[in-house]
Design a protein around this ligand. Structure first.
Ligand code: ZN
Ligand code: ZN
Length: 258
């Protein structure tokens, strides 16, 4: 399996996943033009993609889907709630949906995909596990709390992309309105650095070797804070062997093959 993150953060998200000869994007939350440029930077031909999978109906995850989807005839895989949510916000949009059920397993080409519920203030938000028959990748961002279901999905994987959105103190000290602070820190908001560290130090399975921290807030977090919080928790849990990296809003990640 291969993974490369094109963008991660509150201003746009997209992840390239490839396995068993099938390549796809998880979310396309930048403009189609920017996504095309980043795919080129990563050495990926947009025409090689088999589709775009959507986690949920927030614009930082779907901004580029219509144009990118139309240009390359890519089906858009989403559950009913996410598809309806996006259509409601884009009434003139034309979308080629392939509807999947939340809590189901389905196939896109040779990749097996599990979609599982996460707690977030969107219509029907999900995380994904990808399985190419040998390796498994978990993608779980935009969640307000780590449920037993999230822990169970992580437990099966070799690589995980997990949200480490904010530093709680930086969020509370920011000049954001109180309602927004409580939304972000709430049970349907986003995982803090401490939440992510608590989740992974308790739930990281023996076979997991790489952990990428995702969806960092530009104002209420720093890559160093997110990294150090996770690293310290993993060392304490006896897992200093796990390779931790912080994903970027502006830079394409390395291509990880596992
Ligand atoms: Zn988001
Ligand atoms: Zn969201």
């Amino acid at each position: 399996m291969e993974v490369c993150v094109l963008a991660s953060g509150s201003r746009g998200n997209s992840i390239y996943v490839s396995g068993g000869g099938t390549s796809l994007l998880v979310d396309a939350g930048l403009s189609a033009r920017e996504l095309t440029a980043r795919l080129r930077t990563a050495g990926i031909a947009p025409g090689s993609l088999r589709g775009i999978l959507l986690t949920h109906d927030h614009e930082d995850h779907y901004r580029g889907i219509e144009i990118l989807g139309r240009k390359h005839a890519l089906p858009l895989f989403a559950n009913e709630g996410t598809a309806s949510g996006i259509e409601a916000r884009c009434p003139k949009g034309v979308f080629q949906w392939q509807i999947f059920e939340t809590a189901s397993t389905f196939e896109v080409g040779d990749l097996r995909v599990e979609a599982f519920t996460v707690s977030h203030d969107a219509a029907d938000p999900v995380g994904f596990v990808f399985d190419d028959g040998t390796s498994r990748l978990c993608v779980v961002t935009d969640l307000g709390q780590a449920t037993p279901l999230v822990r169970a999905k992580l437990a099966r994987c070799h690589v995980a992309i997990v949200e480490s959105n904010h530093d709680y103190d930086m969020l509370m000290q920011s000049d954001r309105p109180w309602s927004l602070k409580t939304r972000i820190a709430g049970r349907s908001g986003h995982l803090s650095n401490d939440d992510a560290a608590a989740l992974m130090s308790a739930a990281i399975p023996r076979q997991m070797h790489t952990l990428w921290l995702a969806h960092l807030s530009g104002e209420c977090n720093t890559p160093a804070l997110a990294f150090n919080t996770m690293r310290q928790a993993l060392v304490k849990a006896g897992r200093a062997d796990v390779h931790v990296d912080v994903l970027s809003q502006t830079q394409v990640s390395r291509r990880l093959v596992f």
